[in-house]
Design a protein around this ligand. Sequence first.
Ligand SMILES: [Zn+2]
Length: 303
Amino acid sequence: MSHPEECTLCRSSNTRRVQSFDTAPIVERWRELYEVEIASEFALLKQFELWTCGDCGLQFFLPASICGSSAVYERLDRFSWYYLPQKWEHWQALADIRGFRPVLEIGCGFGDFIELARTKAGIVVDGLEQNLQAIQTARGRGIVLKASSLEEMVDSSRAKYGAMCSFHGLEHMARPGEFLRQCCELLAPGGRLILGLPSADSFLRLESNILDLPPHHMSRWPLRTIQFLPHLFPLRLLRLAVEPLAEIHVSGYVDAHCRRIARKLFPLANHPALKTRLKKFLLRTGFRKFLKGMTVYVVFERT
Ligand SMILES: [Zn+2]
């Protein structure tokens, strides 16, 4: 893959390879950390690559074939931290979908946002989900989700939706540009597209996180890429907000910053006692609300 590869978002060939990754240590790390076997996700591939686009700024992984199958997500489901109920971005979206009908959430996991919208705002949200185990769990809670893909819906439901939401979906897709194009076809003019995703400008940029790589994540989104979307799709940016540092991310935030300071400046910064103190301080005082967290929340209007 030495010639420029097409950007998976804007299809530009103004791209360059940033880094190659060996698959073997990644497979091993998943076994150690999660007891999850992902070797089959890479098939016989020994390496994959990270590319960046000079036009839209997206960072994307290739080849597309290493995008995680639903089996990966079914195995991650058993961790309580994986599908966190009541995310910050869910509360943001509640206000932004009010008055826009019908609403569709794509990739709704166990249906937590659907439940929140119903109980807190009296808003009915339809849901799509590819993970069959998650569909079953949602059904047990009385939430009926559809297993169909967006692609299947485009013909029958063109310009149907008043609002569409995708929380932590884009970064998992091999072809996010195709997904956004389909969202625009399904949205009625004036409708809202609401996205929540990890910001590549957050503390995630400081070091490589195993879940920020394939087969889990297929792309990384700097804020400038999100702001560039209206140049590629019939969308107008209405709102962009970054989550305050979440309780669950305090540990990762402190570890990443301290390791970086230790590498560049001051080796003692990575001392375990110092990090424990910092984490306790951030968790106890509420100071974390003044720090930038991982998720970026964005609202677009379909033009
Ligand atoms: Zn691009």
